[in-house]
Design a protein around this ligand. Structure first.
Ligand code: FAD
Ligand code: NAP
Length: 540
């Protein structure tokens, strides 16, 4: 016969939702601190982003040697990356290796989606419910649900009636897809499209690329890492990480010391060229004023345009592929290998859905306003309901039964991206209100988890039950985020940073734009000042 104890939910100190880079480190760190922790993960295994995004060409766009945990020198010395930008498969192998090494799996319940987290205001504890019926009661809730984990599928008329196969880049089949002999449509030309298109083109009989907004993409310059490269990084990791923690984006590269227009034309060009050779997304940080000053940005854009025009054979195609609607860098710059050259192939056609919108999909393919494209495979590289999508799928109910979805109706409200008023002891990891996707996300996850762990220790050392952001601090942080964003060019783009890619989503710049190092200093100051802007609480 079941006893009362059997019917009570499992009680733990902390529930962590998600087993990507962030959730895994949270489990390790909090466990080390002596807390009991239960992780719930919707997927069958660890990895998060790198579990799901198995599309051809998927790689990191932050250098592999930086895009990995820094908290253990043993880990970073023992693991050896083989390429400048690691493939999805190698990153997933790394995450699995860490999970095994730190014995993390026994703390994770897989194939289990958290459906709700509800606060009990008397005890200040959370009841976390899942789709398998498992229920856990916890003092702390860490939402490590990922800023880019809720895939977005546009509601094209007739999509469900398509007779061929449909794949989303963020939910790619584990066995892979062989495009040989297929007539393929890729919809979307963000980072996922830009990485996958050249490889799909090599296999497919015919590829149509449906582009709505052209994106800036800079060649990755990917290459194998030599034994000397690896040895050099390993010998200097401490310094590399020190620079990364202080930097604007969590990588050790430093912008040119002068402003764009302070230097001669030759010096400016040389600086852009040097960054171009470094490869990828960091091109937007060649000079530190590039994302603030339109004239500086225009210099970078002109350099970019020249480079891209030089590799595209057909000037009309080049015209379509080169962005003109947003300053360079205000959407994440894509990092590619032979993306633009792919459009020189006779079996690849670019379709501008800005000029001729997709009107419907039927059994045989895609209809635009002026043509029918006969395809047997559609790849949706259409992105994510970013930053808030995964959080919004759960019912998170705080004080007075208010839900996060209601409270965030006009856009996310947080203090430091970490806490929310009305939701004591609920922490968001790498979500809105923080630099998050503007930084190297592995270091960002470590930084957030370290701060949360320190905060929990402070509560315990001083006999507090809970911590809760004050409404004033949340309002002020929101104003601070907006003030900083408005001082830059970022608000000039219809980006997913602004929620612009999701119909009906409030248009708010959701990230802290002031730089990773600056943000970490602010978080440290708040903690050092006894968690200024938070109320420290004792349960009745
Ligand atoms: P995720 O890895 O997204 O993990 C979140 C986990 O939470 C997922 O496994 C999900 O299943 C789980 N989850 C969500 N909701 C629930 C729920 N209700 N119940 C249970 N489980 C749930 N960033 C960089 O800094 N550099 C890069 O090079 C880079 N490349 C990227 C490439 C791609 C293709 C994508 C999509 C993103 C990339 N990013 C990159 C961003 C990337 O998301 C982060 O770097 C990082 O992997 C995020 O880790 P995370 O643990 O915060 O979230
Ligand atoms: P994304 O940048 O949001 O791109 C989605 C693409 O789909 C855009 O081109 C978008 O056009 C298009 N699209 C969306 N809805 C459409 C519709 N209804 N009709 C036609 N086109 C439509 O998504 P993503 O490429 O998956 O990348 C998201 C983020 O993940 C990146 O910015 C990056 O942070 C990360 N990422 C990184 C890498 C890497 O290199 N390491 C790789 C993949 C992803 P519009 O622009 O017009 O909306």
């Amino acid at each position: 016969m079941a006893t009362t104890a059997d019917l009570l939910p499992e009680a733990v100190d902390a529930v962590v939702v998600g087993a990507g880079f962030a959730g895994l480190y949270a489990l390790h760190k909090l466990r080390q601190q002596g807390l009991t922790v239960r992780v719930f993960e919707a997927a069958p295994d660890v990895g998060g982003t790198w579990y799901y995004n198995r599309y051809p060409g998927a790689r990191c766009d932050v250098e592999s040697v930086d895009y990995c945990y820094s908290f253990s020198d043993d880990l970073q010395q023992e693991w050896t990356w083989t390429e400048k930008y690691a493939t999805q498969a190698e990153i997933l192998r790394y995450i699995n290796w860490v999970a095994d090494k730190l014995d993390l799996r026994r703390g994770i319940t897989f194939n289990t989606r958290v459906t709700s987290a509800v606060l009990d205001e008397d005890s200040l504890r959370w009841t976390v419910t899942t789709d398998t019926g498992a229920v856990v009661c916890a003092r702390f809730c860490l939402m490590a649900t990922g800023p880019l984990s809720a895939a977005l599928t546009p509601q094209f008329a007739g999509l469900n009636g398509f007779g061929g196969r449909i794949y989303h880049t963020a939910d790619w089949p584990h066995e892979g897809v062989d495009f040989t002999g297929r007539r393929v449509a890729v919809i979307g030309t963000g980072s996922s499209g830009v990485q996958s298109i050249p490889i799909i083109a090599e296999q497919a009989e015919q590829l149509y690329v449906f582009q709505r907004t052209p994106n800036y993409s800079v060649p990755a310059g990917n290459r194998p890492l030599s034994a000397e490269d690896v040895a050099q990084v390993k010998a200097t990791y401490a310094e590399r990480r020190r620079l990364s923690w202080q930097s604007g984006g969590g990588s050790p590269h430093v912008a040119h010391p002068k402003l764009t227009m302070e230097v001669s034309d030759e010096e400016r060009r040389a600086a852009f060229e040097k960054r171009w050779q470094l490869g990828g997304v960091l091109f937007s940080k060649t000079f530190r004023d590039q994302m603030i000053d339109s004239r500086a940005n225009e210099e970078a854009r002109k350099f970019y345009e020249e480079k891209i025009r030089a590799v595209i054979d057909d000037p009309d195609v080049a015209e379509l592929l080169i962005p003109s609607d947003h300053p360079i860098g205000t959407k994440r710059i894509c990092t590619d290998t032979n993306y633009f050259q792919t459009f020189n192939r006779p079996d690849v056609e670019l379709v501008s859905v800005r000029r001729t919108p997709i009107t419907s999909i039927d059994a045989d393919g895609i209809n635009t306003s002026d043509a029918h494209y006969d395809v047997d495979t559609i790849v949706l590289a259409t992105g994510f309901d970013a930053m808030t999508g995964a959080l919004g799928k759960m019912e998170i109910a705080g004080r007075g039964g208010e839900t996060l979805n209601d409270d965030w109706r006009d856009g996310p409200r947080t203090y430091l991206g970490l806490g929310v008023d009305g939701y004591p002891n609920l922490f968001v990891v790498s979500g809105p209100g923080a630099p998050a996707v503007l930084a190297n996300m592995v270091l960002h996850a470590e930084a957030h988890v370290n701060w949360i762990a320190g905060c929990i220790r402070h509560l315990d050392d001083h006999g507090y039950t809970a911590i809760e952001a004050t409404k004033e601090a949340v309002d002020e942080w929101g104003a601070e985020l907006a003030r900083r964003a408005e001082a830059t060019l970022f608000t000039k783009a219809d980006s997913w940073y602004m929620g612009a890619n999701v119909p009906g989503k409030p248009r708010v710049f959701m990230l802290f734009i002031g730089g990773f190092g600056v943000y970490l200093d602010i978080c440290a100051e708040v903690a050092d000042a006894g968690y200024k802007g938070f109320a420290l609480l004792k349960a009745d």
